[in-house]
Design a protein around this ligand. Sequence first.
Ligand code: RTP
Ligand code: MG
Length: 136
Amino acid sequence: MTQRTLVLLKPDAVRRGLVGEVIGRIERKADWKITALELRTLDRATLEQHYAEHVGRPFYEPLVEFMLSGPVVVMAVEGERVIDGVRQLAGPTDPIAAAPGSIRGDFGTIVRENLIHASDSEESAVRELKLFFQEG
Ligand code: RTP
Ligand code: MG
């Protein structure tokens, strides 16, 4: 089942020079293709929509500030079961709980600075791809 998903390499991944490492893991998966890729400094309005489900939570404001703290890599990735697939590559939200071998498990420690975002469902993917790539 071919799908598309929205992947963000967060400011910590860019600052730490881990972009190539993370993109390499995505590129090496059979059948997956990066169909759009851009280094971009996000704006608050985009992030407020992207993280709307978290408004009011204690981590919301620091999360938005972190996401504004430097450029991110914005990517559309297409391929076989890519939505769940990138979430599996990333590992769970808390990098200390993430298994070695996953991106967060190999490179993360701080919950907020967990390197990567990937859409969590078909509905999120459609919404997020539209939000980050207006042309669709
Ligand atoms: P993402 O949306 O970035 O792919 O990550 P996720 O689904 O694994 O995590 P989610 O629950 O949607 O949270 C979004 C992002 O907020 C930061 N966060 N900080 N307690 C905290 O300090 C906390 N909890 C979440 C993380 O950057 C997380 O990825
Ligand atoms: Mg999420």
